[in-house]
Design a protein around this ligand. Structure first.
Ligand SMILES: NC(=O)c1ccc[n+]([C@@H]2O[C@H](COP(=O)([O-])OP(=O)(O)OC[C@H]3O[C@@H](n4cnc5c(N)ncnc54)[C@H](OP(=O)(O)O)[C@@H]3O)[C@@H](O)[C@H]2O)c1
Length: 348
């Protein structure tokens, strides 16, 4: 019998994870948990996903023409694993109210706490760094989009030049909202007094220190990171650095995009599902090697990057697949290599 997976929360991230689950024949996709009767509920219905709603809302959904398969609790009881894609912080409540009492394992998203009284798990997954370490875990956080991107860039550099690297410093320039968000984009640049990204990355990269500053800007078009890597001596050449990333899964090298919107709009124009590239894009035209400091600027597809990561994590937790096999299977669904090629041919 196939493992049964329930997706609790069908929002920006949930709909992308649903795409992976619906396209994976090795799992039985139980359905989606929906909390509001809205356009997204209609989308889930049109996609043919079975819908589970809170007990108290069953009548409301039914009266508006939605076939309800059962309550959220029913779906959790029927599942072997729950992917929780709820709004920040609600994953913790779901863990306390359902997953723990019903003894069900779960994946949480990056908006949940790793530390403190609302911590939901004792590990953050990044498939490039610690995929095998989640084998046997019952609760795991899939790192946020920025944290995922940082792992994808830092780990290959550490593997090639670890002994030579002194420290990493990152400035994250965050988008205000997602394209499909209804919330207003505020005309302000805001700073984050206590960004979670530094601690989150330290959860899976312990060999080198990373210091992070975060600013939010009025944009819906991806995040941009500027990563400074300090070496003990002279940095390797630009060509050597680019060579490190040439074959990296989920990392594109682009030389003539003018900004994040160029990349997002191209992804939409190329017909990538949801307009996602699902990766980070190193902007090689502004990659600089200056004495002992390497400066890498890359954009990070906030919405798409975590969808294949969740799929990798499901494979580790349910099947304990080797990383190689998991990557092959995730690649079959998401086709990152094709997307990377298409972007590279558009942006040089
Ligand atoms: N957006 C991004 O770019 C991004 C990137 C990486 C990680 N993340 C993380 O992914 C998580 C989800 O973010 P999102 O952007 O997808 O948020 P979102 O678009 O606001 O979606 C959240 C969903 O949670 C549902 N929900 C409400 N109450 C719930 C409950 N008790 N249990 C489960 N689901 C519930 C909502 O359902 P209804 O609409 O039916 O009320 C909504 O669809 C967060 O932890 C976030 O930090 C987001």
């Amino acid at each position: 019998m196939a493992f049964r997976v329930f997706l609790n929360g069908y929002g920006t991230i949930g709909r992308r994870v649903a795409y992976a689950l619906a396209n994976d024949r090795d799992v039985e996709f139980i359905g989606v948990g929906k909390y509001s009767v809205d356009d997204r509920a209609k989308e889930a219905k049109d996609q043919g996903f079975k819908m589970f709603v809170p007990e108290a809302k069953i009548d409301e959904f039914k009266s508006k023409g939605y076939a309800v398969e059962g309550s959220i609790k029913d779906a959790i009881i029927a599942s072997d694993l729950i992917v929780d894609a709820s709004k920040d912080g609600l994953g913790y409540e779901n863990k306390i109210n359902y997953y723990l009492p019903l003894n069900k394992p779960a994946i949480f998203q990056g908006g949940e706490d790793r530390y403190g009284e609302h911590s939901v798990a004792d590990i953050i997954h990044n498939s490039r760094v610690n995929y095998e370490q989640v084998y046997g875990k019952r609760y795991v956080i899939q790192g946020s989009c920025n944290v995922t991107g940082l792992g994808r860039i830092m780990q290959p550099l550490i593997e090639r030049y670890g002994d030579e690297i002194v420290r990493f410093d990152a400035t994250l320039i965050r988008r205000w909202a997602d394209l499909e968000d209804k919330k207003e984009v505020k005309d302000s640049i805001e700073w984050d007094r206590d960004p979670h990204h530094q601690k989150d990355v330290a959860d899976f990269i312990r060999s080198h220190a990373l210091y992070v500053d975060v600013y939010k800007v009025p944009s819906r078009m991806m995040h941009l990171h500027q990563l400074y890597v300090r070496f003990k001596h002279e940095c390797p050449s630009k060509d050597s650095i680019l060579d490190v990333f040439e074959k990296e899964w989920g990392v594109a090298l682009l030389s003539n995009a003018k900004g994040t919107a160029d990349v997002r709009k191209k992804a939409l124009e190329l017909g990538f599902p949801f307009g996602d590239t699902c990766m980070v894009h190193i902007h090689t035209d502004v990659l600089k090697v200056q004495g002992d400091i390497l400066k890498i600027t890359y954009s990070d597809d906030q919405t798409g990057i975590v969808a294949p990561e969740n799929h990798m994590l499901i494979q580790a937790m349910l099947f304990r697949r080797s990383k190689r096999e998991a990557l092959e299977r995730t690649e079959r669904i998401f086709r990152l290599n094709e997307r990377k090629k298409a972007l590279a041919s558009e942006f040089g």
